[in-house]
Ligand binder design. Structure first.
Ligand code: FES
Ligand code: FES
Length: 159
């Protein structure tokens, strides 16, 4: 059994200290040790994108990232809502009923956020390409893209 170590992470702006084996995936740290259940387990193998979070400004598959390799602040889908209101991505996904079961949406929202923050106003085709690694098993891709196009325009200030 591997030794446990103490890790100091910042999750959604809040400092969090956990004791974990260094090779424990960030996904398990978030869900099982921190109770951050909004990040979803899909394939567990870096293939479906359900577990996507943002680490230091970049999208990352949390199931495939050992906690010891986390370098920088972590953002999960819980960061999309707060006292100041919902982020345009969450607002658009909800107001357009973009999901069906919704299981894929937290990962899609985080990959879209990482992408649109550096590419505001991206086209539908660019957004679709950026989401290439995120599967939606319900086939709700078109509604999701409709919502993300709306969010992109809002983030660019052209909506
Ligand atoms: S659960 Fe992480 S990529 Fe599928
Ligand atoms: S809405 Fe069900 S997996 Fe995407």
């Amino acid at each position: 059994m591997t030794d446990r170590h103490v890790f100091d992470l910042t999750v959604n702006g809040v400092p969090r200290r956990v004791e974990a084996e260094p090779d424990m995936p960030l996904l398990y740290v978030l869900r099982d040790l921190m109770g951050e259940r909004e990040t979803r387990f899909g394939c567990g193998d870096g293939l479906c994108g359900a577990c996507t979070v943002i680490v230091d400004g970049r999208a990352a598959e949390a199931c495939d990232l050992p906690v010891s390799a986390v370098a920088g602040p972590v953002e999960t889908a819980a960061s999309l809502t707060g006292p100041a209101g919902d982020h345009p991505i969450l607002d658009a996904l909800l107001s357009r009923n973009a999901g069906q079961c919704g299981y894929c949406l937290s990962g899609i929202a985080m990959r879209a956020k990482a992408f649109l923050e550096v590419t505001p106003g991206a086209s539908r085709a660019e957004i679709a390409r950026a989401l290439d690694r995120n599967l939606c098993r319900c086939g709700a891709h078109n509604r999701i893209l409709d919502a993300l196009e709306q969010a992109a325009a809002q983030m660019e200030g052209t909506a």
